[in-house]
Design a protein around this ligand. Structure first.
Ligand code: MET
Ligand SMILES: [Zn+2]
Length: 768
């Protein structure tokens, strides 16, 4: 019998229970006991769900209150000193590292003020992990005070009668994905491996003691271009982690890409088995299967952990059968390509999706049945009815008229150089824009969104439910816009925004207005911490039936004399933060989006909105994980689709763009040819990194404060930060802005932070 396995299940709950309880806890509305009880309930629910579906190998320790990498930092005591001195409970240390903490002193507790650790993209996904941050004083140990989470959760499942396979990020990936703290910049985290390994090993021993016979150790960095110095660590590391009775067996897991460049690093490991992602890279099968010895198992990642399309059972079964022919049934496991963390929880929660389209989808809960069915099928069990139904929906999608629009395809064929280049180069545009706006030095602006208050959400929901008329909703939005505009005028910002109160989400808002998209009501996916997104789904050729943002921007401009920035989400981000089609290339989808947005940009310009920001925060995450042709192709079509969207405007129209959540390489965005870009920057301490941006030809706002954290920087803090940047970055290209949009923050923080930021800008204007 061929076994089935899951590498990880979404932890957020079908109704976003985890978000609700954590945020209530942060607000002091529920106790830590309530928080922990809810976590326990969610874990139990997920395990039982998988058990009921018939999954053979069920993961544990895939749960997290914030982020699974951050959990390891707490577990292994990788906690910078600044978080330990306040005597916080372990869970609060965890949250402080994840999101920063600022708390006034009370009678019994001292004031707390710490920023969050850096948060970065998890490979090429829209999930973000909190970066392990090491210093010379890092002392690895099992943090008993915090409790051994992997062990506790394994035992918790055991108590329910469910035997699970704990999943833990591997030691080399954990170090490699981390960074040196600011006091230890010369430290290469990988150099800590010798110190770290014994502690890691002791965790495995504890798991074994608790009864875990096998663990899933994720080494996802094996799909990256690894330096020889890292590759060479695998053999000795994994030799040290297996072999004696006191340790569990290891299944070494990789996902999201091609491991072939690193095969020599893992080919002689004495692990019990390997897992590879054959959804992304089916071509790697022969090469990776060749490294197995005659006992090792192969976990075949064939059900997509990153997208929502139904698996084609016949194709998948053929693939698995190829593995069975080579290795025999006992050594093959049918699995998801990666953790299901990246897919929505349950398609059954969708009540509004068109039935035809819904039948093409499979969310995490449905994917459990998919792995089980494929495993049964290749084991020779009778699943004929399921196969027939599956074949019918695969066929229905292939032949559907919803997916093709000849007009869009014709227009796509007209894209050429002239449609993707501005009329004149940047320097000439700059002159025209200077004349038009006459902005001061250190111009101040924000990234677009303002606090999405409870009131906004309530009214939006009422409108969606039909409890509020379109007219009243519009009035409400106008009132919100006015508040935001007046506030910006009052504190003296130079380029204003309307605040985006009408948008639930920066991609979904556009997806809902574009042809070729489907969207869910409950398809939430964790982005970071308690922030979830609900990616729309590209089902067919994309086009724009009518203007999407003009009304709000025009209204906002009508009530102020300052320039009002129009605000759009760029083609690459629209694509990356949607579930893309898998039947058409990403390039085609991005260019179609580029054309749709081009019309919107031109409509805005016609309506008098001549500063237009086209956000591309996802451009970095889309970068193929390894250098080579695929990566350079991506950079070309990503930039081209942005230029298709933005090049059809006058020289005096100022195109802005914005990037966040990533280690951005300025070379990657040059080809976008935006006039002004704003970049998340506040958590960067490395002067070399700033230096890299000095050569960027156009103007830049290096983000000055962390909008993911509730803490408020003072005017002096802004001044110090700006001075630091000015040491390497020129004043005449310097924009002043936060890291990103303010929608997740409260008004109190926003008011104070922005006031301080504007005052700091004024300080420098006086000096230059
Ligand atoms: C993740 S980037 C967000 C940009 C958007 N304009 C906002 O301010 O929210
Ligand atoms: Zn942003």
């Amino acid at each position: 019998m061929v076994q089935s396995s899951i590498l990880g299940f979404p932890r957020i709950g079908g109704q976003r229970e985890l978000k609700k309880v954590t945020e209530s806890y942060w607000q002091g509305k529920v106790s830590v006991e309530d928080l922990l009880a809810k976590g326990k309930e969610l874990r139990a629910h997920n395990w039982k769900l998988q058990q009921a579906a018939g999954v053979d190998i069920i993961p544990s320790n895939d749960f997290s209150y914030y982020d699974q990498v951050l959990d390891l930092s707490l577990l292994f005591n990788v906690i910078p000193d600044r978080y330990t001195k306040f005597d916080l409970a372990p869970i609060d240390v965890l949250f402080a590292m994840g999101r920063g903490l600022q708390r006034k002193a009370t009678e019994t507790t001292a004031a707390v003020d710490v920023t969050a650790l850096e948060m970065v993209k998890w490979f090429d996904s829209n999930y973000h992990y909190v970066r392990p941050t090491f210093s010379h004083s890092t002392e690895f140990k099992l943090n008993q005070e915090a409790g051994l989470k992997p062990v506790n959760e394994f035992l918790e499942a055991k108590e329910l009668g469910i035997s699970t396979r704990p999943v833990v990020l591997g030691p080399i990936s954990y170090l490699f994905l981390g960074k040196a703290d600011k006091d230890s910049l010369d430290l290469d985290p990988i150099s800590l491996l010798d110190k770290f390994l014994p502690v890691y090993k002791s965790l495995l021993a504890e798991l074994k003691k608790a009864g875990a016979n096998q663990v899933q150790i994720d080494e996802p960095i094996l799909v990256l271009d690894l330096p020889e110095s890292v590759q060479s660590k695998y053999k000795a590391t994994f030799d040290a982690l297996v072999g004696d009775e006191s340790l569990p067996e290891i299944v070494l897991t990789t996902y999201f890409g091609d491991v072939r460049a690193n095969l020599s690093a893992i080919k002689d490991l004495s692990v019990a088995g390997f897992h590879f992602d054959f959804v992304r890279v089916p071509e790697q099968f022969d090469d990776v299967a060749a490294i197995l010895n005659d006992k090792q198992t192969l976990s075949v990642g064939i059900v997509d952990g990153r997208n929502i399309w139904k698996t084609d059972f016949s194709k998948a079964s053929n693939f698995v059968n190829k593995a069975i022919e080579k290795l025999g049934k006992e050594r093959v496991i049918v699995s998801t390509s990666s953790s299901l963390l990246h897919t929505p929880v349950d398609l059954n929660n969708e009540k509004k999706l068109d039935a035809t389209i819904k039948d093409w989808f499979s969310f995490a809960t449905q994917k459990l049945d998919e792995v089980v069915t494929i495993a049964k099928n290749v084991s020779g069990e009778d699943v004929a009815a399921l196969l027939a139904a599956n074949a019918a929906s695969i066929k229905s999608r292939k032949e559907s008229s919803i997916t093709t629009n000849p007009k869009v395809q014709e227009r796509l064929a007209t894209i050429d150089e002239s449609l993707s280049t501005r009329k004149v180069p940047f320097d000439d545009r700059l002159a025209a824009q200077k004349d038009k706006y006459n902005l001061p030095l250190f111009p101040t602006t924000t990234i677009g969104s303002f606090p999405q208050t409870k009131d906004i959400r309530i009214n939006r929901n009422k409108f969606a439910k039909g409890e509020l008329s379109a007219e009243d909703y519009e009035k409400f939005i106008e009132k919100e816009i006015e508040t935001v505009v007046r506030f910006q005028e009052e504190i003296g910002l130079d380029v204003l925004v309307h605040g985006e109160p009408e948008r639930n989400d920066m991609v979904q808002y556009f997806g809902e207005q574009l042809e070729g998209y489907a969207f869910t009501t409950g398809g939430w996916v964790q982005s970071y911490g308690s922030r979830y997104v609900r990616p729309p789904i590209v089902v067919g050729d994309v086009s724009r039936p009518k203007a999407m943002t003009v009304k709000e921007s025009v209204y906002a401009q009508s009530i102020t004399d300052k320039p009002m920035k129009g605000m759009l989400t760029g083609p690459v981000t629209c694509l990356r933060w949607s579930f893309p089609r898998d039947d058409v290339s990403q390039k085609v989808q991005a260019l179609q989006l580029g054309l749709a947005l081009r019309d919107e940009v031109q409509d805005l310009e016609k309506a008098g909105i001549t500063v237009i920001q086209v956000d591309e925060p996802a451009i970095r995450e889309g970068l193929p994980l390894r250098a080579g042709k695929e990566r350079s192709d991506y950079l070309n079509w990503a930039a081209q689709s942005f230029r298709v969207a933005t090049s059809g405007v006058e020289n005096s129209t100022q195109i802005h763009s914005h990037f966040c959540y990533s280690d951005l390489d300025p070379n990657h965005i040059k080809a976008l040819d935006a006039d002004v870009v704003s970049i998340e920057f506040s958590k960067k301490d490395d002067p070399n990194y700033i230096q890299e941006f000095s050569n960027y030809p156009n103007h830049i706002g290096l983000g000055l404060f962390d909008i993911h954290s509730p803490r408020i920087p003072s005017k002096e803090e802004f001044i110090t930060r700006i001075e630091e940047i000015l040491k390497v970055y020129p004043a005449n290209k310097f924009w002043v802005n936060p890291d990103c949009g303010l929608k997740t923050r409260g008004w109190t923080e926003v008011r104070e932070s922005l006031t301080n930021m504007v005052e700091a800008a004024k300080h420098f204007r006086g000096k230059y």
